[in-house]
Design a protein around this ligand. Structure first.
Ligand SMILES: Nc1ccn([C@@H]2O[C@H](COP(=O)(O)OP(=O)(O)OP(=O)(O)O)[C@@H](O)[C@H]2O)c(=O)n1
Length: 454
């Protein structure tokens, strides 16, 4: 039985539509989530039996609604996470996700209306007044079997659906139906803007649970070739002593599963760390060698990996901030171990904090890396050590703030100019080295420094 929250407004819509002679059905992700017992905010309602004009008049009488779209209208109810529209018929007229004509038809059968949806689990409808479930494509049965199955051949009209498949498999622990795999194998990501692609990747990082299953879906449908930096991980060997789990692809999948178990539910932080975990070993395919002792090693993979990591990230997004925050984590992912082994001093820890911005992010990457080597223990002595050191130096969740700023140089009687940059840089390095820790110490250091360099 589906429970409805929030009750009032949504029931009011359904009741108002019923009184006008129509029928309002909940459709799409909200129904899927409700059947899975997951709370979901956004509600999509399809109204049957009312013309577009009648629906618009009705909504305007009882609610405040914004009309979106010209030829085909979707009404967004103000202040509510509810979209209302007519059932629609979509016909492909060109390439890309905009190459469609969309036509609303209040008399459309439920089956035809559901046929435009991607997967059967997203094609279930629910009547909130009678509690009837309308399920022309057996979505409930597929949900019970935890099966991902496409609704119809129209699936191929939007190639994004292949990536939707990846994130749904990972989010809900689904097994893809063989016919869905076959269909996806014949779809190409032609004309997909990266913003749309990235939305699906984001859902994988922010909500995926069985990340291994999600990545394997990508591999099984042959889409991993569109992400060559990822494809290169397949069959890239690792030393079985340190990596009994297998190749770098398998390791990365396990790492992502560990990451997913330890999400902190801060979307930005989880996205940055998730991407870093995915990319952390991208340098291995280019560096892996078997040495004279027969050991498999990947020297400098963390720095060599920067280039493929950047090209992969650029395939997904143009957001500079994302790329800038992920890459240092890739570069530094071996650093905790190296610093721990040499019992590095405070200056090295502060410099690491400067590089990665937040050491807690790096700790999460290390944690995922260690958790990606089953059956080896996921404990990381280096991680525990670094956590304590970063806490003691107050750099766990922020890079050290520079103490000496331009205004201190002006107060000291210096005239602003390009030389300020050089002085401030030297001052910051001295601060990281521990030459001073507070403003008094900093000003004393500045005095000496300026008289020495005068
Ligand atoms: N490329 C797409 C996008 C969406 N849909 C349909 O539109 C509904 C709503 O899409 P969206 O809001 O993108 O996703 P949800 O399924 O609601 O899932 P999420 O929880 O990820 O938002 C989906 O359930 C699906 O029926 C589709 O068939 N094909």
């Amino acid at each position: 039985m589906i429970q409805l929250t929030p009750q009032e407004e949504t029931l009011k819509i359904a009741e108002t539509v019923r009184q006008a002679g129509g029928r309002a059905l909940f459709v799409g992700g909200w129904v899927r989530d409700a059947l899975l017992g997951i709370a979901s905010k956004d509600i999509d309602i399809e109204v049957y039996g009312l013309s577009s004009e009648a629906l618009e008049t009705l909504l305007n009488q009882h609610f405040r609604a914004d009309r979106v779209g010209k030829a085909f209208a979707v009404y967004k109810l103000k202040g509510l996470p509810i979209d209302v529209s007519l059932p629609r018929r979509e016909s492909k007229t060109g390439t890309g996700h905009k190459g469609f004509t969309v036509e609303g038809d209040p008399q459309m059968s439920f089956k035809e209306a559901a046929s435009r949806r991607d997967f059967t689990l997203n094609a279930v409808m629910w009547d909130p007044l009678s509690n009837e479930i309308i399920d022309p494509y057996d979505g409930q049965k597929d949900l019970e079997k935890r099966q991902l199955r496409h609704v119809s051949d129209k699936f191929s009209e939007d190639p994004l659906r292949v990536l939707r498949g990846m994130q749904f498999v990972a989010r809900f622990g689904l097994t893809p139906a063989p016919e869905t795999i076959t269909l996806c194998q014949n779809i190409e990501p032609e004309g997909l803007p990266k913003e749309r692609l990235f939305e699906e990747w984001k859902k994988l990082f922010l909500r995926g649970v069985d990340m291994t299953a999600g990545l394997n879906f990508l591999k099984d449908v042959g889409w991993v070739k569109y992400f060559p930096e990822l494809e290169a991980l397949i069959d890239c060997k690792q030393d079985p002593k340190w990596h009994p789990e297998g190749d770098v692809w398998t390791h990365t999948s396990h790492c992502l599963d560990t990451f997913a178990r330890n999400r902190i539910n801060d979307d930005w932080e989880d996205l940055i760390v998730g991407l870093a975990v995915l990319c952390h070993d991208f340098g291995k395919p280019m560096t892996t060698i078997v040495d004279e002792d027969g050991r498999i090693r990947s020297p400098k993979h963390e720095t060599v990996g920067l280039r493929p990591a950047e090209s992969f990230l650029r395939r997904l997004t143009d957001e500079k901030a994302i790329i800038e925050e992920v890459l240092p984590l890739v570069e530094a992912h071996m650093r905790p171990n190296a610093l721990y082994k040499t019992d590095a001093g405070d200056a090295a820890i502060r410099r690491l904090a400067r590089l990665v911005k937040r050491i807690d992010r790096l700790l999460r990457v290390v944690d995922a890396d260690m958790g990606g080597r089953p059956p080896l223990s996921a404990d990381s002595e280096a991680g525990t050590w670094l956590k304590k050191r970063a806490e003691d130096l107050a750099v766990k969740d922020a890079a050290p703030e520079p103490i000496i700023l331009g205004r201190h140089l002006i107060d000291h009687g210096l005239k602003p100019g390009t030389h300020f940059g050089e002085i401030l840089k030297t001052a910051y390095e001295a601060q990281l080295d521990g030459a001073f820790q507070d403003i008094e110490g900093a000003l004393a250091w500045l005095n000496t420094h300026l008289s020495e360099t005068a």
